[in-house]
Write a protein that binds this ligand. Sequence first.
Ligand code: ZN
Length: 425
Amino acid sequence: MLNSAGSGGNTRGFAGFAAIVMVLLASLFAACPAFAQLESIEDYPDVIDARVTATPQRARLIIDLSGPTEFAIVSLDKPNRIAIDVKAFELKILAPADVAGKGIVTAYTVEMAEKGRARTLLTLAQPAQVQQAYILDAVADQPARLVVDIITATPQEFATKVASDLAASLANQGAAPATASTDPGTHTPITATRPLVVLDPGHGGVDNGASAPNGTHEKDITLAFALQLQKVLIDSGRFDVALTREDDTYLSLNERVDLARQNKADIFISLHADSFQDEQIRGASVYTRDENATDVLDKVLADGENRYDIVAGFSVPQATPAVMDILVDLMRREMRKSSFLAAEAIVHQLEPSVALRRFPVRQADFFVLQAPDVPSVLVELGFLSNASDIANLQQSDWRDRVVNALARGIADYFDSTQKAAAATQ
Ligand code: ZN
């Protein structure tokens, strides 16, 4: 169980995330048996060309390919877009031409979203939906193609798809489906929705974490900081705060992440005071997860069962585990952006208060920061391998300063995200 303090916060329902990325339409995963053996990236075809035609009623995207491939489609709002990913080795086009005609698609981009995945993003002038999407094999002088036909949709259709798609995507990752906040009738007053901050005191139980020469353990330092930060945040009246552990309990990293996700945390902050081999290194720093180190999460996600029940009415001959989830990828990108903003806000407040490491906003592949739907940062308060840090970490007035700076940074982060959310209303 998550130990939650602060009352009345149960109605929050994921508003923070929803404000950042509202996701529309269905995840579509088409795997054609004829090329289900696209197992290595070298086998993927190149994207040769892409073009879009549009009228006020419909639009068509054609992607020319050097061979057939697998694709997936999702839609997003704020702004309204449709994203189409294809498994591809390389982009052979430099810049796509302008949209031909004037209508429901106003612009588009084509880029490699990551190795093996080319993404086309269509900017919509209004709510729209995919009518059909299919791969054509090469014939005579025509290359293989992906054809995506798009027609107008009502705002209600759009919103329904947003909700079902988001729910399905989150269910696929083992998280509880989000409550859709698109129905204006169910909006709760802003005063009733406090963001949930989940604090994660590192280590615990059999896992002491780092230890100082005098026998002080990291697990005890992180717990003391977390309990005090919880109190300061709750006293501010702005936040609900929960701890992944409130005593000397062992929790796996997965359990910590799951607690944040299942409780729909608005931010997850892991607190540590680790050791470095180089005992000169000292000072506080804040980590976000390395943008390029996605393999652990990808593996976890790939193991997830029950992928993609929703296929928007398209037939899916067989769902291959290799097929990629655009939605998860887009969410992860948004979360990384938010995590980085949170790290910057926290560091900005720590700066005048305590000694920081050089380049205090850092990236690393911390497994505990893997949640694709909860902004997550890891605060290294200092290092138990450095004598000055050891002295600081055990001083209550130093702890007061750090805790107050962390609380200010968290408040600043939510100030800026709420402003951004208000601007898109
Ligand atoms: Zn640690």
